[in-house]
Design a binder for this molecule. Structure first.
Ligand SMILES: [Zn+2]
Length: 196
């Protein structure tokens, strides 16, 4: 699907169902990527009203505000969001937000380590998403490159979290998994959720 078509799809979903957190989020992301920053801000704020702690929505909103030249507002949001993402163990958006602050010459807030640094140093299997030395999957959850990447990088606990999340993805986007469009949306959300 072209991005314009996706924008149209998610926009109509968000309009007809204003409580649809994922539609607002996906729309905000696409607007940001298209440089439609004011619209990105509005959609991401709708997402955050429905899910205050959505770390990636906070990251994208911070990026949009910086691109809009609203630096003090962006910094305040990012500093609070980094701490929140850290507490929630969401390291990828946390690190991305720290990177954004550093790009603007600002030192990110100090955080106590929550990662299994010993295991990382010992070369054990460490989940790419939660950065913990937890058991991985015995086999790929599905065939293909993405299934192999899940097995290689993701622990069983994070995979179970995705299974729970995927129900929300299928419901909120009303996915008919028999269609390629639905599979594309499913895969995008899986990659985002697991950081692949
Ligand atoms: Zn994990």
């Amino acid at each position: 699907m072209e991005n314009e078509d996706k924008i149209e799809l998610f926009r109509s979903m968000a309009e007809s169902d204003p409580g649809n957190e994922l539609a607002h989020f996906s729309l905000g992301k696409l607007y940001k990527e298209a440089g439609r920053l004011e619209e990105a801000e509005a959609s991401l704020k709708c997402c955050l009203e429905l899910n205050h702690d959505h770390s990636v929505a906070r990251q994208f909103l911070g990026e949009s505000l910086l691109a809009l030249g609203r630096k003090p507002e962006a910094i305040e949001l990012l500093e609070a969001s980094i701490i929140l993402a850290h507490e929630r163990g969401e390291f990828m958006p946390r690190d991305a937000m720290c990177g954004l602050l550093k790009e603007y010459g600002i030192e990110p807030p100090a955080l106590t380590s929550a990662e299994d640094t010993d295991a990382i140093e010992a070369g054990e299997f460490v989940c790419k998403r939660c950065r913990k030395a937890r058991p991985g999957l015995d086999e790929p959850p599905f065939s293909g490159e993405l299934g192999a990447a899940v097995q290689e990088d993701i622990c069983v606990d994070c995979w179970k979290e995705w299974i729970a999340m995927s129900i929300k993805v299928i419901n909120e986007f009303r996915l008919n998994m028999a269609t390629p469009e639905a599979n594309e949306i499913y895969e995008t959300n899986l990659r985002e959720f697991l950081g692949l």
